[in-house]
Design a protein around this ligand. Structure first.
Ligand SMILES: [Zn+2]
Length: 271
């Protein structure tokens, strides 16, 4: 079976999502694996969970490439009665390497937020916070070809996302018109006061909590600002996996690349 070394695969991953462009607090790149080990099959997923590791084993994958890092915060033990220790041990025993492309994939030109923007058909895209070039950076803002009432826009957004228990939650009036759309894949409440967010008609992101959302909406009543839409963190970021797999496949034609079909949204039902 054809293969590359993990070192070669990591270099290729770096061509697409340069580790050096990740945020200072982030921990991207290789977390588990020997650079000389062969890679024949990469499985792509948003998260490293027990279910995803089991899926990687079942599929015979020897690399798990995820959006979220396995080890973002410091750990002081890999004991297997800890979640991180148990996941790391399972990967090592199965000879599965693990690499994360997180904020380096968020800010890429064809990265996580750009993917959501493309699926919504937004034009004239710009990042919310520019990165190294004008086309890269965190979040995106762009325009719909034809304005839509907020309710219709939310319905369109719901259609491009995989189904989740939380669905799509909207703060705003159903009839207000939306043309300029700001969005940020993942948890984007730190950008609620971003100038490009404030001048958009709607801001789409994930993990919006009561106080930041309510305070932003009250501020918008006195100074103007967008409607807010809260979507599943997993659903938003999972859209990027297919594009990532395609880009990687073009650079690594000798190996199998698959995208996980497991929903790792923590919320599984609503009553
Ligand atoms: Zn995320």
């Amino acid at each position: 079976m054809a293969s590359y070394t993990l070192r070669e695969v990591r270099q290729t991953i770096n061509q697409l999502w340069d580790e050096s462009t990740a945020a200072g607090w982030d921990r991207v790149g290789l977390a588990i694996g020997n650079p000389e080990q062969p890679v024949t099959h990469a499985l792509l997923a948003v998260d490293v969970t027990r279910q995803i590791v089991a899926e990687a084993k079942e599929r015979g994958a020897d690399l798990l490439l995820t959006h979220h890092p396995l080890l973002l915060r410091g750990v002081h033990s890999l004991a297997e009665d800890t979640a991180k220790g148990s996941l790391a041990a399972a990967l090592i025993r199965a000879n599965i390497a693990q690499i994360a492309a997180h904020t380096n994939a968020d800010q890429a030109m064809e990265g996580v937020s750009a993917e959501i923007a493309h699926r919504l058909g937004l034009n004239n895209l710009e990042p919310l916070e520019p990165g190294e070039t004008e086309q890269t950076g965190i979040g995106r803002v762009g325009e719909l070809a034809d304005p839509l009432p907020l309710r219709k826009f939310a319905e369109m957004l719901s259609e491009i996302l995989p189904e989740t228990a939380g669905g799509v939650r909207v703060a705003g009036s159903e009839k207000q018109m939306v043309k300029r759309v700001a969005l940020c894949g993942g948890a984007g409440d730190s950008l609620l006061n971003n100038q490009r967010v404030l001048t958009a008609d709607v801001y789409v992101t994930s993990d919006l909590r009561h106080h930041p959302a309510q305070e932003a909406l009250e501020q918008h009543l006195v100074a103007g600002g967008p409607a807010l839409i809260d979507i599943s963190h997993w659903a938003a970021e999972s859209l990027w996996l297919a594009t990532a797999a395609k880009q990687l496949g073009e650079l690594l034609p000798e190996i199998t690349i698959t995208v996980s079909e497991i929903n790792t949204d923590p919320w599984v039902f609503r009553v």
